[in-house]
Design a protein around this ligand. Structure first.
Ligand SMILES: [Zn+2]
Length: 74
């Protein structure tokens, strides 16, 4: 089997394993520019980013920027 094909199969298998082990805990990242998925591990089930360090901070920074930039524009 070609390596690329193999990778795709592995991804699908991993996906279904997660869905069985943790139903409803796999969802798309809340960052619309991000195409990754996050795996919810906390009990609160409120994670929104695939990675707090990457998308979480980026989206927070953007929100902060929007406020600052809007204020600066007025
Ligand atoms: Zn993300």
């Amino acid at each position: 089997m070609p390596a690329e094909r193999r990778k795709a199969v592995d991804a699908v298998l991993a996906w279904s394993a997660v869905q069985q082990a943790l139903p409803g805990r796999l969802r798309p990242c809340a960052n619309p520019e991000c195409r990754r998925f996050l795996l919810e591990r906390s009990r609160t089930n409120k994670a929104r980013w695939c990675s707090m360090a990457v998308c979480g901070n980026r989206m927070k920074a953007r929100r902060r920027c929007r406020r600052t930039c809007d204020a600066a524009a007025e």
